[in-house]
Design a protein around this ligand. Structure first.
Ligand code: NI
Length: 257
């Protein structure tokens, strides 16, 4: 079996004590690839450094809505340089977060729109973080002249919302909350997304799945979310692993082997 964690933050300081051990546990759990996703310029650089020294890690570079207010004036130039590096395979994570509202909404929207435009120009996939902002996000996508390819990461919406994103060509990635007992809407969405659009992720160190809920999450734990997804779809876990592996490779444009 080979499993793909499409979204983690191995650069996070919560891995400072045991980053190499977490990487080894990931490989031991048959999680043979992950993407370390940046949330601002310094963390994007850390992800790039980790990808350069770990064969199973790729990197994404981008400015998260929380950090949008602190993006330096020339951040798009820096991102363009990062995206030209060999193991940097996506722009992200970017998006809208109206739950925390850590940046003013107009700034969130501007910084997201600028990065989407860059992704379209450079023809790279995008990792979207969307929390309590699906209405504005769908409106934004409808107004885009050209949509990028991309992932709706840690999907948290309704089955209807998932359907909308799939229609626009996006992949839907499920994280630890899929395994929680009180997640009927999320589980319904996971049953509806077409098989060729499904992905799994940890978003570690956040959002540990059952039975690790409440603890620090790590890439090895993506297997629990994969198991839940396989159960919801009535497929053997090995088959779901291969489906989500192939989807991740197609989206991130990396060879399947
Ligand atoms: Ni994340």
């Amino acid at each position: 079996m080979r499993v793909f964690d499409t979204h983690c933050h191995l650069d996070d300081e919560k891995f400072n004590e045991d980053r190499e051990e977490a990487y080894q546990r990931m490989l031991d759990a048959e999680v043979k690839c992950c993407v370390c996703v940046g949330s601002d310029l310094p963390s994007s650089q850390r992800c790039i450094d980790i990808a350069a020294t770990h064969d199973a890690v790729f990197a994404a570079a981008g400015v998260h809505p929380h950090e949008a207010k602190d993006a330096p004036a020339d951040y798009l130039d820096t991102l363009a340089h990062m995206l030209a590096l060999p193991r940097v395979i996506a722009l992200g994570e970017i998006g809208l977060d109206y739950y925390y509202d850590l940046s003013p909404r107009d700034v969130q929207k501007r910084v997201m729109a600028e990065q989407v435009e860059l992704a379209v120009q450079l023809d790279v996939p995008v990792i979207f973080h969307i929390r309590d902002a699906h209405g504005d996000m769908v409106d934004f996508f409808r107004r885009c002249k050209q949509l990028p390819s991309g992932i709706i990461h840690c999907f948290s919406g309704s089955p209807e919302t998932a359907r909308e994103y799939v229609k626009m060509g996006f992949y839907i990635s499920f994280a630890g909350p899929l395994t929680f007992k009180k997640a009927p809407h999320l589980q319904a969405a996971a049953q509806e997304v077409p098989l060729d659009r499904l992905l799994v992720e940890t978003d570690s160190p956040y959002l540990a799945p059952e039975p690790k809920r409440g603890r620090r999450n790590e890439p090895a734990n993506v297997v629990y979310t994969l198991n839940k997804l396989a159960e919801l779809r009535g497929l053997p876990v090995e088959e779901m692993a291969e489906i989500t592996w192939n989807n991740a490779c197609a989206l991130y444009r990396i060879p399947r082997e």
